[in-house]
Design a protein around this ligand. Structure first.
Ligand SMILES: [Zn+2]
Length: 125
């Protein structure tokens, strides 16, 4: 925006200082064209700002819909009775089962299941 204004100002100064009428007229025309470019640029800047805002809103909508699609397309995988899935390592549709702990661990430490990946342990209730 600043460069356009500089050209407009320069053209005005030139048109005022030039003696030849034909040259002054041509410079005036350049000045007028630059003013047109300046207003067009202002319009485009505003349109661009509107589009950026619209894009931001649409990206939010896309994220919401993607989450919804993922949720809807996840088969409700039945978790086997007596099994526990790791809350850290399980993904929608891909449960990660934890290992059942031996009786002495359950008795002495109160831990019924442990994840072999992240070591998350489920305490006896
Ligand atoms: Zn885990």
């Amino acid at each position: 925006m600043g460069a356009i204004k500089d050209v407009v100002d320069l053209a005005r100064d030139l048109a005022n200082s030039v003696k030849d009428a034909k040259t002054a007229e041509a410079i005036g025309k350049i000045q007028s064209l630059m003013l047109g470019i300046q207003s067009e640029q202002a319009r485009l800047t505003e349109a661009n700002s509107d589009l950026l805002e619209e894009r931001r809103v649409l990206e939010g909508k896309i994220r919401e819909l993607q989450a919804e699609v993922e949720q809807l397309s996840t088969p409700s995988s039945p978790i086997l009775p007596g099994e526990e899935i790791c809350p850290n390592c399980s993904k929608p549709g891909a449960p990660k089962y934890m290992s059942k702990q031996p009786p002495f661990v359950q008795r002495d430490f109160g831990i019924t299941h442990r994840c072999s990946i992240c070591n998350y342990s489920k305490q006896a209730e």
